[in-house]
Design a protein around this ligand. Structure first.
Ligand code: GDP
Ligand code: MG
Length: 439
């Protein structure tokens, strides 16, 4: 997908102005790319129409070349279609705020109940109660109890009750008694939408009067997810969507389709199996992910905001000449600290998101302070020419900075990795991107 669009856009770079012919060519590629990403064809059609209209009416901004201008329009339009700004949960005026989780079997409902409880705990110091509303498989109740144990969050369940609506009612009474601020209801799923399931969910809805009905959708099911979302929404009038397993789906086409077809916002995304792998949904980031550009545009914006252009130019020059040294490294750390965690920044660069080396590059504030201490114990010559750092020098630096030798070694290794990676970025991946600011 990314290749396709980048190819289409490359054809546009370097020209003075976007012509109608350019737009037609680009939109043909973008249409194919979106269809390949499993976006619903009606949604694609609608989208292309908008893009044509937008692009043709617009002058190329002075600061952008035509290719960048098209990226911006496509990205803006995708973002708009997915809801523009991040949407949160509906909050009840009186506690508890009730959240009902629905969705097909295996989409990640139970996992998401746990993730959400963890998220609310961390963000709001919340005291949620979980209700085990999937009573057909004993394992489902155990699964939720295990999650509850891990989070130290109470789980309400009834062993011999066959009426789920009754369990939910009792669970809510328990939450009232215990003054829980959130109640999250796990429910059963099926392999596909069927009448008994829908009736049961409707009964739960009636009893619980939830402030939020979150439909959990597996992003990897792509196009099929659209019909499912429509079905659930028609019966239950869902309030929002959780798109799970995005860690396994690089295409994100489902997000676009579901949003367009249901008109309901995607509120969270699941990015892995761990309880901490829940993120607020950011339409702008998803748009650039669909375009296969990582979070390129976010990066451009961040770079524009935070990056000292002169320093960037100097560093780029140095990287090209392969003279990137420890002084630059420390400069970079300062800049990067302003922009956010380094591993996240690197993830935004196309082609870098799956780089295994990234695992070694996450750096926190304390580490940065240590790195600076180590660098300041180097001589000017050592800073400019890191390759002369033989063991005896390393031992001296360790003693001078008060850091262990292993840490000095590790830091030098990380520096070299960063240097290699930057070399790769300047020589390889960025080629198609034209003259992005700060790059
Ligand atoms: P439920 O049947 O809808 O309750 O689904 P579960 O919560 O039991 O999840 C089904 C499987 O999907 C489990 O193996 C989960 O670990 C996995 N899963 C859930 N969410 C995610 C996610 O965001 N990413 C990945 N990779 N796996 C997930
Ligand atoms: Mg479940």
């Amino acid at each position: 997908l990314s290749e396709r669009i980048q190819k289409a856009l490359k054809n546009l770079t370097g020209k003075g102005k976007i012509s109608e012919d350019d737009i037609n060519k680009a939109s043909r590629e973008i249409r194919l790319a979106l269809l390949e990403a499993d976006v619903n064809f009606k949604v694609v059609k609608d989208f292309i129409k908008k893009i044509k209209k937008e692009s043709l009416g617009k002058e190329v901004q002075e600061s952008l070349n035509p290719g960048q201008q098209v990226i911006k329009i496509v990205n803006d339009e995708l973002t708009k279609m997915m809801g523009e700004t991040a949407v949160g949960l509906n909050k009840s005026k009186h506690i508890p705020t009730v959240i009902m989780m629905v969705g097909l079997q295996g989409t990640g409902k139970t996992t998401t109940v746990g993730k959400l409880a963890y998220h609310l705990q961390k963000k709001e110091n919340a005291r949620p109660l979980l209700i085990a509303g999937d009573i057909y498989r004993p394992a489902a109740v155990d699964q939720l109890k295990q999650i509850g144990d891990k989070l130290k969050v109470p789980v309400y369940s009834e062993a011999n009750e066959k009426d789920v609506a009754k369990i939910v009612k009792d669970g809510l009474a328990q939450a009232d008694k215990d003054k829980n601020d959130y109640v999250i209801i796990d429910t059963a799923g099926r392999l596909e939408i069927d009448e008994p399931l829908m009736e049961e969910l409707e009964r739960i809805k009636k009893v619980a009067q939830p402030d939020n009905i979150l439909l959990v959708v597996d992003a990897m099911t792509g196009q099929a997810a659209t019909d499912v979302a429509k079905g659930f929404d028609q019966r239950l009038d869902i309030t929002g969507i959780v798109l799970t397993k995005l860690d396994g789906d690089t295409r994100g086409g489902a997000a676009l389709s579901i949003r367009a077809v249901t008109g309901k916002p995607i509120i969270y995304t699941g990015e892995g199996e761990k309880l901490s792998d829940l993120e607020n949904f950011h339409p702008d980031r998803m748009a650039s992910r669909i375009l296969g550009m990582g979070d390129m545009l976010t990066l451009i914006e961040k770079a524009q905001q935070d990056y000292d252009a002169k320093k960037a130019a100097k560093v780029a020059e140095k990287m090209k000449e392969n003279t990137f040294d420890f002084n630059d490294f420390v400069d970079q750390l300062d800049q990067v600290q302003k922009m956010g965690p380094l591993d996240q920044i690197m993830k935004m660069i196309p082609g870098m998101s799956n780089n295994p080396q990234l695992k070694n590059v996450s750096i926190d504030k304390k580490q940065i302070a240590h790195v600076k201490a180590i660098v300041s114990s180097m001589t000017e010559q050592e800073r400019e020419d890191p390759d002369i750092l033989k063991p005896s020098r390393r031992r001296r630096i360790a003693a001078g900075s008060g850091r262990p030798v292993v840490e000095v070694n590790r830091m030098i290794k990380q520096f070299k990795q960063a240097r290699d990676m930057m070399n790769k970025v300047t020589k390889g991946n960025m080629k198609g991107m034209g003259n992005l600011p700060g790059m």
